[in-house]
Design a protein around this ligand. Structure first.
Ligand code: DC
Length: 255
């Protein structure tokens, strides 16, 4: 398969990207606040590039589910950190339909329940948990890259803590009202003023709690910002693909 176009800088197609990734592997880190479109964009990119997809928020959600299931106090930092180390978490990295299990129980749907959203801040602001998560998440990304494939991971601290050396690092931002509308539509299937206000309060509180432990509103050095406000999903995907091509070109030229 030809990878000449990639090395030349000419337009590239999917097969050429796949071939390049098989040769050099790839890690892509996407951060951004709630409702920025990270999950949708990351799943499409994983699918088009033929690489894995890691929803790191789902890992925090799974731990929250486990802590509640075990009857632990979510604010007991040591007990929760110990629970993380004992949790038997399995995930597939399927881009369109990722599934999660804790032990034998499939928790794919359960982790989206409102009771999880209400408690998750205790888990995501626990620094011992964050350190455990970062190690787990980085391992998964690096293993995939070493196997001649790759991983796109999305979250709040992937570009900064989990994988600051990722091949492509993007901070995905969007206008606050656009984010709220997207999240409300996801949760309620409509954007009525009543639902918008409920989600506004939830998202604001969670973002404030999360911002105390990770910076995901301003780019770290070397991180590219993509603002999805006026771009639409395909526009964002195209912007990230351009960064992917640039990175692959650079690394193929060195090989
Ligand atoms: O993206 P999400 O809504 O599924 O994330 C769930 C929670 O976990 C949210 O409060 C942000 C937090 N989170 C985090 O602190 N760091 C990550 N890398 C991913 C998610």
């Amino acid at each position: 398969m030809s990878i000449t176009a990639l090395s030349n800088g000419d337009p590239v197609d999917t097969a050429q990207r796949h071939s390049a990734i098989e040769r050099v592997g790839i890690t892509i880190a996407i951060d951004g606040p709630a409702g920025s479109g990270k999950s949708t964009v990351s799943k499409i990119l994983a699918s088009r590039l033929g690489i894995g997809y890691l929803d790191t928020g789902a890992m925090y959600r799974a731990l929250t589910w486990y802590v509640l299931e075990e009857g632990l106090d979510p604010s007991d930092t040591d007990a929760v950190a110990q629970a993380a180390a004992h949790m038997d978490l399995r995930m597939d990295s399927h881009p369109e339909n990722p599934h999660l299990w804790v032990g034998d129980v499939e928790v794919t749907d359960a982790i989206r329940q409102p009771r999880i959203a209400l408690q998750i801040r205790h888990i995501s602001t626990n620094l011992k948990v964050r350190s455990w998560m970062a190690t787990e998440q980085r391992c998964r990304m690096m293993e995939a890259r070493a196997l001649g494939s790759g991983m796109i991971a999305e979250g709040r601290d992937i570009t900064t803590v989990v994988c600051p050396d990722a091949d492509v690092r993007v901070l995905l931002l969007a206008d606050e009202e656009a984010r709220l509308k997207r999240r409300t539509l996801e949760l309620y299937g409509d954007v009525s003023p009543e639902h918008l206000e409920i989600v506004r309060a939830q998202v604001h509180d969670r973002d404030q709690a999360d911002l105390t432990v990770a910076e995901f509103m301003k780019p770290a050095e070397g991180v590219d910002v993509v603002d999805s406000t006026g771009l639409g999903i395909e526009g964002v995907v195209a912007a990230v693909l351009a960064l992917v091509d640039e990175n692959l070109r650079g690394r193929l030229a060195q090989n």
